[in-house]
Design a protein around this ligand. Structure first.
Ligand code: GAL
Length: 847
């Protein structure tokens, strides 16, 4: 009989493999119907995650994609970043971090699908939303509307990317991984601002996309009026209430935010995994079949790639894989369990629409049936505070508030979104220091070199104009900086007694330094929500000639909103008050301008200038200097993991390692002191301001240096400091191990993958620990079976604590990359009969 069962099993496996699994290199058709995307004739439940290729380095793409696959993803989603692919009109760039073909092929090699969001508008907190700046300079152009010059360029770029993918045989019909493509991005959110032209543009964008014959479906996200056959998809924190604009289209979710992006001057947003899992489960419960995490891995806005205004360099996003490429626990693990549970329902989900059964106030059941019998059910308690006991299908179930239980057989709860049984990791690198991170100073005070930049006009490539110029149109995004300079002659008559006057400055943003007679007298700045600001500053003027030099700075070009591409920046008004006769409006005077700073012009960030005599050295490095460049060399900490540069002692500026821009920093801009909650209640609707941490601190002090950007021996670090800081205290960190832990009780659910639904035997809860990076468990820091107390990192023994627990755990785990221990009296004996018990373990992973 065993043989017969085995034959059936092999047969079923083959059927399943043929139907559901994508064979690398073999052509596949992709269509859709009301229920789902249909790949090779099979409806599919698909879990997807955003990874933007330039936000990390190609050498780590495989590892991040592997971790995504292990986390239960089927699809990797990315935008395409036009401004870096076509920096100059007609000149293309697809190398290094921008090697799109290599990225798509890397996903394919991992056996996953790709959703290519060609746009070409991306948004994505990316400089100018992904548009190249030259586009803006085309005469008569208007972005994202029915405007011939724009449409012409957009069509050329769409075609360029589609043809490139076709040539490389990357669409599914050619045996490639691309199953889906996106045109535009959330245009529906701003369409109102473009009137009828906006509506026409949507039609045109849809027709143009379809005309490119990709052979895969196109989507438009947040686009209710997306014309057939384009699928309109949902973006948001929740999408269970969403329905597509036609019964012929499946319910798809292209952006479910795992957290939110970070801006300088803001606190750090995070989203509890219980709520994220709840939103995903609700979506599949209510008929969804495709869901994408934005971001599954966020990464880093290197160089000047960050959008704006004031988007930070870290794009960590509280994603399941953190900025440094490490797995974030328990987020990653809990979602993996969720994906596993959803996949166990797949055959029912793809078969029919759900049937809704109200079970009480705020309690909903949705059931999916199959013709051949059987069902899968989702039970949801959407109340914000009250837990509930419900009866379903003859059994009773406990449903915590704001949670969904998944029952792939309409009977057994194999997963509840509020019950996290996955491992937790302590001390998130590099933000929380633990014993498993190493940090050292980058250089001694005497090994720094510096270059003090000129204030104001520094060369003869300056120019004059009457009135105050808008900054972005002037710099054309070649630099963050624009100098506004004017000389004023103050006669005896005008000068107030003590020389004091009042300077009033108005700026569209994003920040500006004010120098009077070459002395720094003020600094003004806006924030992400509103980058404009005004400054009122007392100044002292001399008799005769005075110079005013203002350095206006951009912190990322705007990337979102109606007509965002023409949002201006820079100084628009300068008024001098307090003079003897009246106030003087300098806004309409003749000004001298200079694009960029002197150091930029000299190329001080470049490795070729590392040994230049421009650099000064001395016994100790000058501190708290404005407009200064610093340079040193450092040896990277041993190992092959990523590095973090601690710039907490610096002010504001940019940094380069071996000539590559690691991003803008702004450590002196503290976030508001209120609005943070250490333990954010996941229950109830989440939004980007609900769960914040790091109030009253800089948004970011630690900056990612990819390991592949350093080499053995000496590496060059260059900083351009604008405001003033202390470079002698800059340090570098690396991770040498990790502390992992779990606390599981006898009544917790068993790991999702241990369920055999048709068997009589119920699986047991387990403590499962896994190390990353090939590290092994080298010690068990805590182990207790009984009533251990406290949280991970702070466990203590309770009143009941079994003997010999530690040696059992040590035996199971030490020297291994992963281990699992069943939580039961069978292994540990019963230290306190009748008392509910749990197992708490904390371990150290290291090389
Ligand atoms: C969405 C947009 C994304 C990203 C996100 C916020 O509106 O489509 O590209 O900007 O907001 O992170």
């Amino acid at each position: 009989m065993r043989g017969e069962g085995f034959t059936i099993l092999v047969f079923l496996t083959l059927v399943v493999l043929k139907g559901f699994y994508f064979k690398r290199g073999s052509a596949a058709t992709v269509t859709y119907d009301h229920r789902a995307l249909v790949i090779n004739g099979q409806r599919r439940v698909l879990l997807s995650g955003s990874i933007h290729y330039p936000r990390t380095t190609p050498d780590v793409w495989p590892e991040i994609i592997r971790k995504s696959k292990e986390g239960g993803l089927d699809v990797i989603e990315t935008y395409v970043f036009w401004n870096y692919h076509e920096p100059v009109k007609g000149q293309y760039y697809f190398e290094g971090r921008f090697d799109l073909v290599r990225f798509v092929k890397t996903v394919q090699e991992a056996g996953l699908f790709v959703h290519l969001r060609i746009g070409p508008y991306a948004c994505a907190e990316w400089n100018y939303g992904g548009f190249p700046f030259w586009l803006h300079l085309i005469p008569g152009i208007q972005f994202r509307t029915t405007n011939a010059p724009f449409k012409n360029e957009m069509e050329l770029f769409l075609a360029k990317i589609v043809n490139m993918m076709k040539e490389q045989k990357l669409f599914a019909s050619q045996g490639g991984p691309i199953i889906l493509a996106q045109v535009e991005n959330e245009y529906g959110n701003v369409e109102w601002a473009y009137g009828v032209s906006g509506e026409l543009y949507v039609q045109w964008a849809a027709e143009t996309a379809v005309g490119l014959n990709t052979t895969v479906p196109w989507v438009m996200c947040q686009q209710e009026d997306a014309p057939d056959p384009i699928i309109n998809t949902c973006n948001g924190f929740y999408c269970d209430r969403f329905t597509p604009n036609s019964l012929t289209k499946p319910k798809m979710w292209t952006e479910n935010y795992c957290g939110w992006f970070l801006a300088f001057g803001n606190a750090v947003p995070f989203r509890p995994v219980e709520d994220l899992a709840f939103s995903v489960a609700r979506f599949f419960e209510t008929g969804g079949t495709f869901q994408n995490y934005y971001m599954y891995f966020g990464g880093t806005n290197f160089g000047r790639t960050a959008g704006g205004p004031l988007v930070a360099t870290s794009y960590d996003y509280d994603a399941p894989i953190d900025e440094y490429g490490f797995i974030r626990q328990p987020k990653w693990g809990h979602l993996r369990d969720l994906h596993n549970a959803i996949k166990q329902c797949q055959e029912y989900l793809v078969h029919s629409d759900p049937t809704y059964i109200p079970l009480g106030v705020h309690i909903e059941a949705h059931i999916y049936h199959k013709d051949s019998g059987g069902c899968a059910a989702f039970l949801a308690n959407i109340d914000h505070t009250s837990d509930a006991n419900v009866t379903f299908n003859g059994s009773s179930y406990y449903l915590p508030a704001w949670s969904v239980s998944i029952l792939p057989d309409c009977k057994n709860v194999i997963f509840n979104t509020a019950k996290v049984v996955s491992q937790k990791n302590l001390g998130e690198f590099p933000h929380e220091h633990t014993t498993s991170a190493r940090e050292h100073l980058i250089a001694s005070s005497s090994s720094w070199f510096w270059y003090k930049e000129q204030v104001g006009i520094w060369s003869n490539n300056s120019f004059t104009a009457s009135g105050l110029l808008e900054q972005i149109n002037t710099t054309k995004d070649t630099s963050d900086y624009l100098w506004y300079t004017i000389s004023i002659d103050v006669t005896e008559k005008l000068l107030p007694n003590n020389g004091e006057a009042l300077l009033l400055l108005g700026s569209l943003g994003h920040a500006a330094m004010l120098f009077v007679n070459k002395k720094l007298i003020g600094f003004g700045y806006g924030n992400h929500e509103d980058a404009s600001f005004t400054l009122m500053q007392k100044i002292t003027l001399n008799r005769g000639n005075n110079t005013l030099d203002f350095l206006s700075m951009i912190v990322g070009l705007q990337n979102y909103g109606p007509w965002f591409d023409i949002a201006g920046a820079g100084i628009f008004s300068v008024v001098l008050g307090g003079l003897a006769d009246a106030k003087e409006d300098l806004s309409i005077s003749e000004w001298t301008y200079q694009v960029g700073t002197e150091g930029e012009y000299l190329g001080l960030d470049k490795t070729s200038l590392a040994n230049s005599s421009l650099w000064t050295s001395g016994n100790s490095v000058p501190l708290n200097q404005s407009l200064i460049w610093y340079k040193t060399t450092f040896t990277a900490p041993e190992g092959n993991g990523p590095l973090a540069l601690n710039l907490s002692t610096m002010g504001k500026g940019q940094a380069w390692v071996n000539g590559i821009g690691i991003g803008r920093y702004w450590s002196s801009y503290l976030s508001p002191t209120t609005g943070c909650s250490k333990h954010c209640d996941y229950r109830g609707p989440y939004d980007a301001s609900k769960c914040l941490k790091n109030c009253g601190q800089p948004a970011q002090t630690l900056y990612h240096i990819p390991r592949s950007w350093v080499h053995p021996g000496e590496n060059l670090l260059v900083l351009h400091e604008e405001l003033g800081g202390d470079p002698s205290r800059i340090s570098i960190l690396t991770k040498t191990g990790q502390e992992v832990c779990a606390h599981i009780s006898e009544s917790d659910p068993a790991p999702v993958d241990s369920w055999k639904l048709n068997s009589q035997i119920k699986p047991m809860p387990e403590v499962r620990l896994i190390c990353e990076q090939g590290w092994k468990i080298t010690s068990i820091n805590f182990a207790s079976f009984g009533t251990p107390e406290g949280q991970c990192g702070k466990f203590s023994h309770g009143t009941c604590s079994g003997d010999n627990v530690l040696p059992i755990i040590q035996k199971a785990c030490i020297g291994r990359e992963s281990c699992s221990i069943t939580v039961s009296t069978f292994d540990f004996g019963d230290p306190c009969p009748g008392v509910p018990k749990s197992l708490a373990v904390e371990a150290l992973c290291s090389a």
